[in-house]
Design a protein. Structure first.
Length: 116
């Protein structure tokens, strides 16, 4: 059995109640990501790589939605479509290669530093 600290863990937050997108679009992205996670076994306790996803409240980026954040990487994605989500899943969540064309911010986000 591998050590708990060796498990690669990612948490994905998808904005679901801001002004940037219809909440149903966020729920559809969440369902799509949940399916991808399950198909790849990333929701299993003993998986060497684990990904969890959650719908969350407004991420204070009320333009170019839907907005999605990957932690602990501090990568903020915008304009996430179903096609973009597959690309982000395959490149970033499976292979640790963030997808630059959808990134609007890396690192800590301060609502006061960006225009909404």
């Amino acid at each position: 059995m591998q050590e708990f600290s060796e498990v690669i863990k990612k948490k994905v937050f998808i904005c679901s109640n801001g002004r940037c997108i219809d909440p149903q679009v966020s729920r559809d992205l969440y369902a799509q990501l949940s399916d991808l996670i399950q198909q790849h076994g990333l929701d299993q306790f003993d998986a060497p790589r684990q990904v969890k996803c959650n719908l969350c409240g407004c991420l204070d980026r009320c333009i170019n939605g839907p907005v999605m954040v990957v932690q602990p990487d501090l990568i903020w994605y915008e304009k996430v479509t179903p096609e973009a989500l597959v690309e982000i899943f395959e490149d970033h969540l499976l292979n640790d290669q963030p997808v630059d064309k959808y990134i609007f911010r890396k690192g800590r986000h301060s609502p006061n530093s960006d225009h909404h």
